[in-house]
Design a protein around this ligand. Structure first.
Ligand SMILES: [Zn+2]
Length: 375
Protein backbone atom coordinates (compact mmCIF):
# COMPACT_ATOMS: atom_id res chain seq x y z
CA UNK A 1 0.00 0.00 0.00
CA UNK A 2 1.15 3.50 -0.77
CA UNK A 3 2.20 5.25 2.39
CA UNK A 4 1.77 8.93 3.07
CA UNK A 5 4.82 10.80 1.79
CA UNK A 6 5.89 14.15 0.36
CA UNK A 7 8.25 14.69 -2.57
CA UNK A 8 9.56 18.21 -2.71
CA UNK A 9 10.09 18.87 -6.41
CA UNK A 10 11.24 22.29 -7.57
CA UNK A 11 11.91 25.43 -5.56
CA UNK A 12 12.04 28.97 -6.89
CA UNK A 13 13.00 31.53 -4.29
CA UNK A 14 11.05 30.40 -1.23
CA UNK A 15 8.20 28.94 -3.35
CA UNK A 16 7.99 25.15 -3.60
CA UNK A 17 6.23 22.67 -5.84
CA UNK A 18 5.87 19.00 -5.08
CA UNK A 19 3.58 16.00 -4.69
CA UNK A 20 1.99 14.51 -1.58
CA UNK A 21 1.41 10.79 -2.09
CA UNK A 22 -1.50 9.09 -0.31
CA UNK A 23 -3.23 5.72 -0.79
CA UNK A 24 -6.22 7.66 -2.22
CA UNK A 25 -4.17 9.53 -4.79
CA UNK A 26 -1.59 12.25 -5.27
CA UNK A 27 -1.97 15.87 -4.23
CA UNK A 28 -0.03 18.31 -6.40
CA UNK A 29 1.37 21.26 -4.45
CA UNK A 30 0.90 24.14 -4.05
CA UNK A 31 -2.63 22.76 -3.60
CA UNK A 32 -5.94 24.50 -3.05
CA UNK A 33 -8.50 22.45 -1.12
CA UNK A 34 -12.19 23.31 -1.69
CA UNK A 35 -14.19 23.23 1.53
CA UNK A 36 -16.85 20.51 1.84
CA UNK A 37 -18.19 21.56 5.22
CA UNK A 38 -21.16 19.22 5.63
CA UNK A 39 -19.99 16.37 3.37
CA UNK A 40 -20.57 18.42 0.22
CA UNK A 41 -18.83 21.25 -1.59
CA UNK A 42 -21.99 23.37 -1.78
CA UNK A 43 -23.67 23.51 -5.22
CA UNK A 44 -21.16 21.04 -6.74
CA UNK A 45 -21.30 17.36 -7.63
CA UNK A 46 -18.11 15.58 -6.46
CA UNK A 47 -17.21 14.72 -10.06
CA UNK A 48 -17.51 18.42 -10.91
CA UNK A 49 -15.16 19.30 -8.05
CA UNK A 50 -12.66 16.79 -9.47
CA UNK A 51 -13.13 18.24 -12.97
CA UNK A 52 -11.96 21.65 -11.74
CA UNK A 53 -8.61 20.01 -10.92
CA UNK A 54 -8.98 19.56 -7.16
CA UNK A 55 -6.93 16.67 -5.75
CA UNK A 56 -8.31 16.92 -2.20
CA UNK A 57 -11.25 18.46 -0.32
CA UNK A 58 -11.63 19.52 3.29
CA UNK A 59 -14.33 18.32 5.70
CA UNK A 60 -15.29 19.97 8.99
CA UNK A 61 -15.20 17.86 12.14
CA UNK A 62 -17.39 20.27 14.11
CA UNK A 63 -20.25 20.20 11.58
CA UNK A 64 -20.06 16.45 10.89
CA UNK A 65 -19.88 15.43 14.58
CA UNK A 66 -23.14 17.28 15.23
CA UNK A 67 -24.91 16.21 12.04
CA UNK A 68 -25.11 13.46 10.89
CA UNK A 69 -22.49 12.38 13.54
CA UNK A 70 -19.17 10.62 12.99
CA UNK A 71 -20.56 7.31 14.28
CA UNK A 72 -23.33 7.33 11.64
CA UNK A 73 -20.87 8.16 8.84
CA UNK A 74 -18.64 5.31 10.06
CA UNK A 75 -21.57 2.85 10.03
CA UNK A 76 -22.34 3.96 6.46
CA UNK A 77 -18.82 3.20 5.28
CA UNK A 78 -16.88 6.39 6.01
CA UNK A 79 -16.90 9.91 4.64
CA UNK A 80 -15.43 9.11 1.20
CA UNK A 81 -18.21 6.63 0.42
CA UNK A 82 -20.90 8.73 2.12
CA UNK A 83 -20.19 11.83 0.00
CA UNK A 84 -18.98 9.94 -3.11
CA UNK A 85 -15.54 11.61 -3.12
CA UNK A 86 -12.81 9.01 -3.50
CA UNK A 87 -9.74 11.23 -3.57
CA UNK A 88 -8.01 12.41 -0.38
CA UNK A 89 -9.91 14.25 2.37
CA UNK A 90 -8.41 16.49 5.05
CA UNK A 91 -10.47 17.14 8.15
CA UNK A 92 -9.93 19.96 10.60
CA UNK A 93 -9.96 19.23 14.33
CA UNK A 94 -13.17 21.04 15.21
CA UNK A 95 -11.36 23.41 17.55
CA UNK A 96 -11.57 26.54 15.43
CA UNK A 97 -15.28 26.16 14.72
CA UNK A 98 -16.14 25.41 18.33
CA UNK A 99 -14.63 28.80 19.09
CA UNK A 100 -16.40 30.60 16.24
CA UNK A 101 -19.82 28.89 16.05
CA UNK A 102 -20.79 27.04 19.21
CA UNK A 103 -22.59 28.66 22.11
CA UNK A 104 -21.67 28.57 25.79
CA UNK A 105 -18.14 27.14 25.66
CA UNK A 106 -16.09 26.02 28.62
CA UNK A 107 -12.36 25.60 28.07
CA UNK A 108 -10.25 23.48 30.45
CA UNK A 109 -6.91 21.66 30.26
CA UNK A 110 -8.86 18.57 29.22
CA UNK A 111 -10.67 20.17 26.25
CA UNK A 112 -13.81 22.13 25.39
CA UNK A 113 -17.42 21.60 26.42
CA UNK A 114 -19.94 23.39 24.25
CA UNK A 115 -23.54 23.67 23.12
CA UNK A 116 -24.43 22.82 19.51
CA UNK A 117 -25.43 25.81 17.38
CA UNK A 118 -28.02 23.51 15.73
CA UNK A 119 -30.06 22.19 18.67
CA UNK A 120 -28.34 23.36 21.86
CA UNK A 121 -27.23 19.81 22.82
CA UNK A 122 -24.06 19.50 24.94
CA UNK A 123 -20.85 18.05 23.54
CA UNK A 124 -17.23 17.48 24.56
CA UNK A 125 -14.28 17.95 22.28
CA UNK A 126 -10.84 16.91 23.48
CA UNK A 127 -7.68 15.93 21.59
CA UNK A 128 -8.65 12.27 22.10
CA UNK A 129 -12.25 12.74 20.93
CA UNK A 130 -11.17 14.81 17.90
CA UNK A 131 -8.76 12.01 16.86
CA UNK A 132 -11.56 9.46 17.31
CA UNK A 133 -14.01 11.48 15.20
CA UNK A 134 -11.48 12.02 12.41
CA UNK A 135 -10.70 8.27 12.45
CA UNK A 136 -14.41 7.40 12.22
CA UNK A 137 -14.76 9.78 9.27
CA UNK A 138 -11.84 8.01 7.55
CA UNK A 139 -9.94 11.24 6.94
CA UNK A 140 -6.63 10.90 5.07
CA UNK A 141 -5.05 13.97 6.65
CA UNK A 142 -6.01 14.52 10.28
CA UNK A 143 -5.39 17.80 12.08
CA UNK A 144 -4.29 18.13 15.70
CA UNK A 145 -6.82 19.53 18.13
CA UNK A 146 -5.72 23.03 19.07
CA UNK A 147 -6.96 26.26 20.52
CA UNK A 148 -7.07 29.45 18.50
CA UNK A 149 -7.35 32.44 20.84
CA UNK A 150 -9.97 35.06 20.06
CA UNK A 151 -8.40 38.26 18.78
CA UNK A 152 -7.42 40.79 19.89
CA UNK A 153 -5.40 38.95 22.56
CA UNK A 154 -2.43 40.04 24.66
CA UNK A 155 0.94 38.39 24.07
CA UNK A 156 0.56 36.62 27.43
CA UNK A 157 -2.79 35.18 26.34
CA UNK A 158 -1.35 34.09 22.98
CA UNK A 159 1.57 32.43 24.81
CA UNK A 160 -0.74 30.61 27.25
CA UNK A 161 -2.93 29.43 24.37
CA UNK A 162 0.05 28.28 22.29
CA UNK A 163 1.44 26.28 25.23
CA UNK A 164 -1.93 24.61 25.77
CA UNK A 165 -2.10 23.79 22.05
CA UNK A 166 1.34 22.17 22.23
CA UNK A 167 0.23 19.95 25.15
CA UNK A 168 -2.86 19.07 23.11
CA UNK A 169 -0.62 18.35 20.09
CA UNK A 170 1.27 15.74 22.15
CA UNK A 171 -2.03 14.20 23.29
CA UNK A 172 -3.30 14.23 19.67
CA UNK A 173 -0.15 12.39 18.56
CA UNK A 174 -0.60 9.73 21.29
CA UNK A 175 -4.30 9.28 20.53
CA UNK A 176 -3.76 9.11 16.75
CA UNK A 177 -1.41 6.15 17.19
CA UNK A 178 0.09 4.29 14.25
CA UNK A 179 -2.18 4.40 11.18
CA UNK A 180 -0.27 3.55 7.98
CA UNK A 181 -1.44 5.58 4.97
CA UNK A 182 -2.99 8.28 7.16
CA UNK A 183 -1.25 11.48 8.17
CA UNK A 184 -1.40 13.66 11.26
CA UNK A 185 -0.47 17.33 10.94
CA UNK A 186 0.66 19.55 13.82
CA UNK A 187 -0.42 23.19 13.96
CA UNK A 188 2.00 26.00 14.74
CA UNK A 189 0.53 28.79 16.88
CA UNK A 190 2.01 31.91 18.45
CA UNK A 191 0.09 34.73 16.81
CA UNK A 192 2.26 37.45 15.32
CA UNK A 193 5.11 36.97 17.83
CA UNK A 194 8.24 35.49 16.30
CA UNK A 195 9.59 33.95 19.52
CA UNK A 196 6.29 32.18 20.22
CA UNK A 197 6.17 30.88 16.63
CA UNK A 198 9.71 29.51 17.12
CA UNK A 199 8.81 27.86 20.44
CA UNK A 200 5.73 26.31 18.86
CA UNK A 201 7.71 24.98 15.86
CA UNK A 202 10.30 23.47 18.23
CA UNK A 203 7.63 21.78 20.34
CA UNK A 204 5.90 20.33 17.26
CA UNK A 205 9.04 19.05 15.55
CA UNK A 206 10.03 17.46 18.88
CA UNK A 207 6.78 15.49 18.84
CA UNK A 208 7.08 14.72 15.11
CA UNK A 209 4.28 15.04 12.53
CA UNK A 210 3.67 14.09 8.89
CA UNK A 211 3.01 17.73 7.98
CA UNK A 212 2.75 21.10 9.66
CA UNK A 213 0.14 23.84 9.50
CA UNK A 214 0.64 27.51 10.17
CA UNK A 215 -2.39 28.23 12.36
CA UNK A 216 -3.89 31.30 13.94
CA UNK A 217 -3.70 33.45 10.79
CA UNK A 218 -6.46 34.70 8.47
CA UNK A 219 -8.50 35.60 11.55
CA UNK A 220 -8.83 39.28 10.81
CA UNK A 221 -5.21 40.46 11.20
CA UNK A 222 -5.01 41.69 7.58
CA UNK A 223 -2.80 40.65 4.68
CA UNK A 224 0.23 42.73 5.69
CA UNK A 225 0.40 41.20 9.19
CA UNK A 226 -0.22 37.73 7.77
CA UNK A 227 2.57 38.06 5.20
CA UNK A 228 4.76 39.47 7.99
CA UNK A 229 4.41 36.17 9.88
CA UNK A 230 4.76 34.10 6.69
CA UNK A 231 8.06 35.87 6.01
CA UNK A 232 9.60 33.71 8.77
CA UNK A 233 7.12 31.11 10.17
CA UNK A 234 7.14 28.48 7.36
CA UNK A 235 10.95 28.28 7.44
CA UNK A 236 10.80 27.28 11.12
CA UNK A 237 9.04 24.06 10.01
CA UNK A 238 10.76 20.99 8.49
CA UNK A 239 11.64 21.52 4.84
CA UNK A 240 10.82 17.93 3.87
CA UNK A 241 7.19 17.97 5.10
CA UNK A 242 4.12 19.70 3.64
CA UNK A 243 3.20 23.10 5.07
CA UNK A 244 -0.45 24.08 5.25
CA UNK A 245 -1.85 27.58 5.75
CA UNK A 246 -5.35 27.17 7.18
CA UNK A 247 -8.31 29.21 5.94
CA UNK A 248 -6.57 31.25 3.21
CA UNK A 249 -7.80 32.98 1.18
CA UNK A 250 -8.30 35.54 -1.57
CA UNK A 251 -6.35 34.91 -4.80
CA UNK A 252 -3.60 37.42 -3.93
CA UNK A 253 -3.32 35.91 -0.41
CA UNK A 254 -2.82 32.50 -1.97
CA UNK A 255 -0.15 33.68 -4.38
CA UNK A 256 1.65 35.57 -1.60
CA UNK A 257 1.53 32.52 0.70
CA UNK A 258 2.87 30.18 -1.99
CA UNK A 259 5.67 32.69 -2.64
CA UNK A 260 6.58 32.35 1.07
CA UNK A 261 6.85 28.56 1.06
CA UNK A 262 3.29 27.36 1.77
CA UNK A 263 2.22 24.10 0.04
CA UNK A 264 -1.48 23.73 0.92
CA UNK A 265 -4.40 26.12 1.45
CA UNK A 266 -8.16 26.00 1.87
CA UNK A 267 -10.92 28.59 1.92
CA UNK A 268 -14.70 28.83 1.61
CA UNK A 269 -14.33 32.00 -0.45
CA UNK A 270 -14.64 30.62 -4.02
CA UNK A 271 -17.69 28.51 -3.17
CA UNK A 272 -19.37 31.01 -0.84
CA UNK A 273 -18.82 33.90 -3.27
CA UNK A 274 -20.24 31.80 -6.08
CA UNK A 275 -23.54 31.73 -4.21
CA UNK A 276 -23.57 35.50 -3.67
CA UNK A 277 -22.94 36.49 -7.28
CA UNK A 278 -19.21 37.15 -7.06
CA UNK A 279 -16.83 35.70 -9.62
CA UNK A 280 -13.03 35.63 -9.32
CA UNK A 281 -11.30 36.19 -12.65
CA UNK A 282 -7.83 37.02 -13.95
CA UNK A 283 -9.00 40.63 -13.92
CA UNK A 284 -10.22 40.66 -10.31
CA UNK A 285 -13.71 40.26 -8.86
CA UNK A 286 -16.78 40.55 -11.11
CA UNK A 287 -20.16 41.21 -9.47
CA UNK A 288 -22.56 39.43 -11.79
CA UNK A 289 -25.58 41.12 -10.16
CA UNK A 290 -24.41 44.47 -11.59
CA UNK A 291 -26.84 45.81 -14.25
CA UNK A 292 -23.95 46.35 -16.69
CA UNK A 293 -24.06 42.60 -17.48
CA UNK A 294 -27.76 42.30 -18.40
CA UNK A 295 -27.30 42.70 -22.17
CA UNK A 296 -23.72 41.40 -22.36
CA UNK A 297 -23.41 38.31 -24.62
CA UNK A 298 -19.73 37.78 -23.74
CA UNK A 299 -18.48 35.11 -21.30
CA UNK A 300 -17.31 35.96 -17.80
CA UNK A 301 -13.73 35.30 -18.92
CA UNK A 302 -13.05 34.31 -22.54
CA UNK A 303 -9.80 32.59 -21.48
CA UNK A 304 -11.52 30.33 -18.91
CA UNK A 305 -12.41 26.76 -19.90
CA UNK A 306 -15.08 26.15 -17.24
CA UNK A 307 -18.71 25.36 -18.21
CA UNK A 308 -19.96 28.78 -17.03
CA UNK A 309 -17.55 30.56 -19.38
CA UNK A 310 -17.69 28.03 -22.25
CA UNK A 311 -21.46 27.83 -22.56
CA UNK A 312 -23.11 30.89 -21.00
CA UNK A 313 -23.09 34.66 -21.38
CA UNK A 314 -22.71 37.30 -18.68
CA UNK A 315 -26.33 38.22 -19.52
CA UNK A 316 -27.50 34.68 -18.64
CA UNK A 317 -25.44 34.51 -15.45
CA UNK A 318 -26.87 37.90 -14.45
CA UNK A 319 -30.42 36.75 -15.22
CA UNK A 320 -30.29 33.49 -13.24
CA UNK A 321 -28.71 35.27 -10.28
CA UNK A 322 -31.45 37.93 -10.28
CA UNK A 323 -34.13 35.24 -10.71
CA UNK A 324 -32.59 33.29 -7.79
CA UNK A 325 -32.28 30.15 -9.91
CA UNK A 326 -30.14 27.37 -8.37
CA UNK A 327 -28.01 27.13 -11.51
CA UNK A 328 -26.61 30.56 -10.65
CA UNK A 329 -24.75 29.26 -7.59
CA UNK A 330 -23.79 26.09 -9.44
CA UNK A 331 -22.21 27.88 -12.42
CA UNK A 332 -20.44 30.59 -10.45
CA UNK A 333 -19.10 28.12 -7.87
CA UNK A 334 -17.80 25.93 -10.69
CA UNK A 335 -16.15 28.93 -12.34
CA UNK A 336 -14.58 30.13 -9.07
CA UNK A 337 -13.20 26.70 -8.15
CA UNK A 338 -11.91 26.30 -11.72
CA UNK A 339 -10.22 29.71 -11.48
CA UNK A 340 -8.56 28.79 -8.17
CA UNK A 341 -7.30 25.47 -9.54
CA UNK A 342 -5.99 27.22 -12.69
CA UNK A 343 -4.16 29.61 -10.39
CA UNK A 344 -2.52 26.70 -8.54
CA UNK A 345 -1.61 24.93 -11.81
CA UNK A 346 -0.08 28.17 -13.10
CA UNK A 347 2.01 28.55 -9.96
CA UNK A 348 3.16 24.91 -10.03
CA UNK A 349 4.27 25.26 -13.67
CA UNK A 350 6.04 28.57 -13.03
CA UNK A 351 7.85 27.26 -9.93
CA UNK A 352 8.90 24.18 -11.92
CA UNK A 353 10.21 26.39 -14.74
CA UNK A 354 12.00 28.78 -12.38
CA UNK A 355 9.89 31.69 -13.63
CA UNK A 356 7.71 32.37 -10.60
CA UNK A 357 8.75 36.05 -10.27
CA UNK A 358 7.62 36.77 -13.83
CA UNK A 359 4.42 34.77 -13.30
CA UNK A 360 3.61 36.84 -10.19
CA UNK A 361 4.24 40.09 -12.09
CA UNK A 362 1.80 38.98 -14.81
CA UNK A 363 -0.76 37.91 -12.17
CA UNK A 364 -0.71 41.35 -10.54
CA UNK A 365 -0.69 43.20 -13.89
CA UNK A 366 -3.77 41.28 -15.11
CA UNK A 367 -5.64 42.15 -11.93
CA UNK A 368 -4.58 45.80 -12.04
CA UNK A 369 -5.98 46.04 -15.62
CA UNK A 370 -9.49 45.38 -14.23
CA UNK A 371 -12.58 43.86 -15.86
CA UNK A 372 -13.29 44.23 -19.60
CA UNK A 373 -14.99 47.49 -20.63
CA UNK A 374 -18.81 47.42 -20.64
CA UNK A 375 -20.39 47.15 -24.10
ZN1 LIG B 1 -15.01 30.21 -16.01
Amino acid sequence: MTQFSFDLGATDGRARSGVIHTPRGDIRTPAFMPVGTAATVKAMMPESVAATGADIVLGNTYHLMLRPTAERIDRLGGLHKFMNWHKPILTDSGGFQVMSLAGLRKLTERGVTFKSHIDGSRHDLTPERSMEIQRLLGSDIVMCFDECPALPASEAEVARSMELSMRWAARSRDAFGDRPGHALFGIQQGGVTRDLRAQSAEALTGIGFDGYAVGGLAVGEGQEAMFGVLDYAPDMLPRDKPRYLMGVGKPDDIVGAAARGIDMMDCVLPSRSGRTGQAFTRHGVVNIKNARHQDDPRPLDEACGCPACSNYSRAYLHHVFRAKEMISGMLLTWHNLHYYQDLMAGMRAAIGAGSFDGWQADFHADRAAGDIEPL
